[in-house]
Design a protein around this ligand. Structure first.
Ligand code: FES
Length: 162
């Protein structure tokens, strides 16, 4: 990431107590993930061990330490969604996107990304709208009562091509 942009983010959040989470959130918003270079730069600027910054970044599940696709699809695997077919939704998305289950990223998180980096797919625990199960989220938008037949139609809204 550009150093001026990074400096602006650090300046915005850093005070005597240090607001590391805000810094990391803004970097992720810009880069879509936390690159090694940006983390090293921030650690250096905040004069904190890089390992400490990594600990924070890996503790919170919403931080990505690996590049992700342009659109992130999260399948809720909470109890209500699981019962209503979330595992089949996940399998079908893997099939439609041509990515396979089981890949785990460097930081130990489950995140699959298509070769063209257009989509990433992961799972979530609960979006807090269990009555709409099964639920998926694409970027910030939630889709409830999802069924297998409508998945291609939903994906097409985000530029998916078979
Ligand atoms: S279990 Fe899926 S939204 Fe709550």
């Amino acid at each position: 990431m550009d150093k001026n942009l990074l400096n602006g983010i650090i300046k915005k959040y850093y005070d005597s107590s240090g607001k590391v989470l805000g810094i990391l959130e803004d970097i992720q918003e810009e880069e879509k993930y936390l690159s090694k270079e940006s983390l090293a730069y921030v650690a250096n600027r905040l004069k904190m061990p890089l390992s400490q910054l990594y600990s924070i970044a890996t503790f919170y599940s919403f931080f990505n330490l690996n590049p992700v696709g342009e659109h992130i699809i999260s399948v809720c695997m909470g109890t209500a969604c699981h019962v209503k077919g979330a595992p089949q939704i996940l399998k079908n998305l893997e099939y439609l996107l041509g990515i396979k289950e089981g890949d785990v990223t460097e930081d130990g998180k489950f995140m699959l990304t298509t070769e063209d980096r257009h989509f990433s797919l992961n799972t979530a625990r609960c979006f807090g709208c269990c009555s709409m199960a099964p639920v998926i989220r694409i970027d910030e938008k939630l889709y409830g009562y999802v069924n297998l037949g409508e998945l291609p139609k939903i994906l097409k809204k985000y530029g998916w091509k078979r």
